[in-house]
Design a binder for this molecule. Structure first.
Ligand code: URA
Length: 220
């Protein structure tokens, strides 16, 4: 864990910025590879996560680990966190003011990890990166530019646990993840190339397959 992530973790564990800490056992800052290419962002800790202080360690977490395997990934490869870091009572949806209060931690985690791809798990996480009007049923399995990186929307594993019809869609989302990662890697490489070329110069890739405007970056 990098020093910056350690500090964020300590602050999260003693955070009282919103009501959510009340009645919880542990803040759940997140865990994983501090230099991960992919940052997974879920909704909020559940009962098991609150008990253990770790993200996605309950039933939804086991399914997430399985889905990561489908995409050729292990938990240690990625960083996993949530938009709110304390468990909402009874696993209710996080409220807008709670998401807002917690957003500083996610911002600082993004700045420390510098992922090239953010994978959203669930509707509330998706809306942070795809915008408040985006619909999960429409955007899941697709990427969109977010700042200078990409965001990729997935259904939440818990949805597949509660309603079997979502299982296939969740699997399809994770089957599409390697392709989203390749796209993110190409974009990162292009940006690194453009930065080292300096202002005013062009590269052989300019105008190539992946050089379209952001509106053309949807995967499917
Ligand atoms: N669901 C989430 O969104 N996050 C967790 O950490 C666990 C379950």
């Amino acid at each position: 864990m990098s020093e910056a992530l350690e500090i964020i973790g300590q602050e999260v564990r003693s955070c009282t910025k919103c009501r959510l800490y009340q009645g919880t056992r542990n803040g759940v800052p997140g865990e994983g590879n501090p230099r991960a290419e992919i940052l997974f962002v879920g909704e909020g800790p559940g009962q098991q996560e609150d008990r253990q202080g770790r993200p996605f360690v309950g039933p939804a977490g086991h399914l997430l680990t399985e889905m990561l395997g489908r995409a050729g990934l292990q938990r240690e490869d990625v960083f996993i966190t949530n938009i709110v870091k304390h468990r909402p009572p009874g696993n209710r949806d996080p409220m807008p003011d709670e998401i807002e209060a917690c957003s500083e931690y996610l911002e600082r985690q993004v700045a420390a990890i510098k992922p090239i791809l953010i994978v959203t798990l669930g509707r509330h996480s998706m809306m942070q990166f795809f915008g408040p009007d985006a619909r999960i049923t429409r955007v899941h399995g697709s990427v969109r530019p977010w700042r200078n990186i990409l965001a990729y929307a997935c259904f939440h594993p818990a949805a597949a646990l509660h309603q079997p019809k979502y299982r296939e869609m969740l699997e399809a989302d994770f089957d599409g993840l390697p392709r989203a990662l390749e796209q993110a890697r190409r974009q990162a490489a292009q940006q690194a190339g453009a930065a080292s070329d300096g202002p005013g110069e062009t590269t052989a890739n300019d105008g190539g397959d992946d050089a379209g405007p952001p509106s053309q970056m949807s995967m499917f």
